[in-house]
Write a protein that binds this ligand. Structure first.
Ligand code: SAH
Length: 462
């Protein structure tokens, strides 16, 4: 993060604004909205700015002097048309430790103005730390469209009931659940429809019937293969509610970022050979956390029920009577094949697709090879990179043509995705030449060759 967003309390505090033109006017509006007492200094001040400041502050019609910079000022804004003067004011403010924003001199400004979505008391600030202000404005416009204008009224209603809810529900997690439920259900709808009284009645009833104790729950959530845009809405909703998140190595950092900020994050990742947290301990941890009343997200790469050991985790939860939900995710085979331009089935080339694991058991690849060589079938190997040469040899030994197309997709669906396509006879060479790493998915079958026909598509992701 280049800058930390903090919200500035300016009610009744002195703000110095140097400048009398349009830029000064825009800043004046914002700080006056936040309740500041404004002192504007400039040889000429527009009539509009003078009228605005007349409500709360004063205008001084002369050039800025060094003595205007006074201690006790909460914020200095340099918005003259002259960048050199703005820079000088910024230096003086910085020397006194006063936060300053100087138009045209970002390097001397200690604060900057974000793009603002104002649903007071709900306020959203968007910044790119000055790197791409237009992007911040576009993001703001998007947020404006998804937040109903009456969100501010909803926040005010919540503020009125805050103490009452606190008294009725002393447990923090119970209050959190209460607000999550009521700020998006019937109460919110009444506010949006302008029926505040009905909203208040509903909220009062909800307080009476609210659960004072929260029961823990576990959500087994599929995080997809890497691209955060492949999450489901449900996954995102639960990730933003959970108090604790247990995640493993395959979960991309960008996805983890989408979890609630103050949720506790526990890494239980497993590397192929070194099991950092044994599975039974993960199962046990889930049970413990839920029994303590937490809402726990167990975030897993891809789909929890495809080579994800999700079944074992819920078996333990079910045995202990702990409520759980399973949220499917896009499995690596679907994600990688789509982003690599390889349809897994095709009327002419593959009428079935099979997902198998290439993980060795006691050093052996224990797979039904004779079934994996049937024609018109696509075979996808998860966890197979380490035994790619064995896989190719066995398939050939059991009768699959050495010229059968095969692809290895590394870091599928992410910005780092690499796709290597060849034949059972050649792929090993390519994979060692390009030092392909885990996670990688192996796709075998005629469908891999279709990738060339879909060149435009593959090109977009390579
Ligand atoms: N539950 C997961 C699979 C876990 S097994 C799912 O449904 O996708 C781990 C294996 O999945 C890895 O060894 C690799 O073969 C595959 N995999 C997962 N994410 C991948 C990715 N982004 N790119 C390529 N392969 C991936």
């Amino acid at each position: 993060m280049d800058c930390l967003p903090l919200f500035h309390k300016l009610q009744g505090r002195a703000v110095l604004l140097v400048g009398g033109g349009d830029k000064a006017l825009r800043k004046a509006r914002l700080v006056l909205d936040a309740g500041a007492v404004l002192r504007v200094i400039a040889p000429q001040i527009s009539a509009q700015l003078q009228a605005l400041v007349a409500q709360q502050g004063q205008c001084v019609l002369r050039a800025y002097q060094d003595s205007d910079m006074q201690a006790g000022c909460a914020l200095v804004l340099a918005a003259t048309g002259d960048v050199a003067i703005n820079a000088q004011i910024a230096r003086q403010a910085q020397a006194r430790g006063i936060p300053v924003y100087a138009v045209g001199v970002p390097e001397l400004s200690s604060v900057m103005f974000p793009a603002i979505v104002d649903r007071s008391p709900l306020v959203i600030a968007v910044s790119t730390a000055g790197h791409a202000p237009v992007l911040a404005r576009l993001a703001r416009a998007k947020i404006e469209t998804v937040l109903p204008a009456s969100y501010g009224r909803l926040a005010t209603l919540a503020a009125r009931f805050r103490d009452q809810v606190k008294a009725a529900l002393p447990q923090v997690s119970a209050r959190r659940v209460f607000w999550e439920k009521n700020l998006q259900g019937a109460v919110a709808e009444q506010v949006f429809a302008g029926r505040e009284q009905q909203a208040e009645q509903l909220l009062a009833q909800a307080i009476e019937s609210a659960d004072t104790q929260v029961r823990g729950e576990v959500y087994l959530v599929g995080a997809g293969p890497g691209d955060a845009d492949l999450l489901t809405f449900k996954a995102l909703r639960l990730m933003q509610q959970a108090d604790v998140v247990l995640y493993d190595r395959l979960v991309a950092p960008a996805i983890l970022e989408l979890c609630r900020r103050d949720a506790l994050r526990l890494y239980v990742g497993k590397q192929a050979s070194q099991h950092s947290v044994p599975q039974d301990q993960i199962n046990q941890k889930l049970v413990e956390l839920a029994l303590q009343g937490h809402r726990v997200v167990r975030l897993k790469g891809g789909d929890p029920f495809i080579f994800g050991r999700g079944g074992e985790e819920i078996a333990q939860l079910a045995a202990q009577g702990i409520p759980f939900q399973v949220v499917p995710g896009i499995t690596a085979a679907s994600g990688c094949s789509a982003y690599a331009g390889i349809p897994l089935t095709h009327r002419d080339y593959a009428q079935s697709v099979r997902f198998v694991t290439g993980h060795r058991k006691d050093g052996e690849l224990d797979l039904p090879w004779s079934e994996l060589v049937s024609p018109m079938q696509t075979v996808v190997f998860y966890m197979g990179l380490g035994c790619l040469s064995d896989i190719c040899q066995q398939l050939i030994a059991y009768g699959r043509d050495a010229q059968t197309p095969i692809a290895v997709v590394e870091n599928g669906t992410t910005a780092e995705q690499r796709v290597f396509a060849g034949t059972l006879a050649t792929i090993n060479q390519q994979v060692s030449e390009f030092a392909v790493q885990s996670p990688s998915l192996i796709i075998v079958g005629e469908v891999v060759a279709l990738r060339d026909q879909l060149n435009w598509f593959a090109g977009a992701f390579d």
